[in-house]
Write a protein that binds this ligand. Sequence first.
Ligand SMILES: Nc1ncnc2c1ncn2[C@@H]1O[C@H](COP(=O)(O)OP(=O)(O)OP(=O)(O)O)[C@@H](O)[C@H]1O
Ligand SMILES: [Mg+2]
Length: 425
Amino acid sequence: MTGRNRLPLLVHRLNELVSWCDGFDSRLHRKMQEEDLFEITPLFVANHEAKERTIVNQGGTSSGKTYCIMQILFLMGIERAGRVMTVVGQDIPNLKRGAYRDAKTILNSSEKLRHTYPDINESDRVIRCTNGSLIEFTSYKDAQDAKNGKRDVLFVNEANGIPYDIFWQLDMRTREKVFIDYNPSARFWVHEHVIGRQEVRLIISDHRKNPFLSRQEHEKIERIEDDELWKVYARGMTGRIMGLVYNNWDIVDELPDESEWKLSAYGLDFGFVNDDTAMEHVVLAHGELWLDEEIYETGLLNTQIAERAKDAGLTDRQTIIADNAEMKSIAELNGLGLHVIPCVKGAGSIINGIDILKRYKLHITRRSVGIRREVVNYKWKIDKATGEPTNVPVDAFNHGLDAVRYVALKHLNVHKEARGLTRRN
Ligand SMILES: Nc1ncnc2c1ncn2[C@@H]1O[C@H](COP(=O)(O)OP(=O)(O)OP(=O)(O)O)[C@@H](O)[C@H]1O
Ligand SMILES: [Mg+2]
């Protein structure tokens, strides 16, 4: 069977065809390569072939949803001059870590595409094609705000972070095509109001057919130990994540004024290949905790962590409390001009740290996208017999939260706080 013959089958049964990727060689694939634009995945083909007005991409993590939708937008811009395309996210920090970042990666990987889209306006986040087409990346504060402007193509990135009334206004003002992507951690408006309607195609995908992930990345996703999280993030099936550890948080625009800080310290959790290195600024003010993320990234060497920390304004005058499992890294960072001390761990320190953090209201700054993703996924293990949450957390979605916990254990633990050790002068 040739690649071309297989194509319709692929479109309909994308999710079952796990091993198909290896022999992937469609006409479209060759065309993209010949034109030197980009490499594509089966998910790209499924989206590209879908003729419906609305294409819903539900999927596990790293299946390539955002990447392939951005590729399609670039193509649509080239295909017809003057097309206006809007990519919408919950807020700008989320877009910068999601669709906007993917768009820039795609541009940077093809010289030809970069020449076709030579104009990137970083402050407005608009990418312009030589033929007058453009892709704008934006977020809307409410439905009224979303009434501004019209477009030909709409891409709603991580749609479960966007209220239905905003989507409705945007959809009404879109002339041709709507793409939606999300991880289905719970049912939301797309399930009630979009899927199942006429002119809507649902494509469910997961990481197994993304040939651009390393073996370690695939394995990391498959290894997710919690059934519900695995269902959502490894298989893209709609879940109902229960037993979240933290419910005591909200999102704020920024930290309170420094004059109001009663405590300021940084927590650092080391990651490398698969896990993110997370550095979180923890501030106590008005009896509540404020969390602001400075670093959340994989692949960082200690020298790069030090660089990032210094870029964020840290010197050896601020204390960073780091995972004590990595004493060598701690020593190295101290040698690089920071003041890093090991956290205190011990029997019960995870639960103890969580207990401390649950006593406070946690205000998380909007830009802290890593820890924001963690709080909506960090959960207690579920007792298989009773279906009830246990008091043991699942060891996932906890890098930024661990960093915060190190600060809590060191500085907010009741005895020390009573002795006033953590107070600033
Ligand atoms: N066509 C491609 N060419 C090169 N790399 C790709 C391609 N498609 C996907 N990737 C790689 O796979 C990674 C994951 O893709 P992407 O971010 O689109 O996944 P996603 O399904 O949107 O994940 P999430 O649900 O977590 O947002 C990308 O960061 C990129 O490195
Ligand atoms: Mg994505």
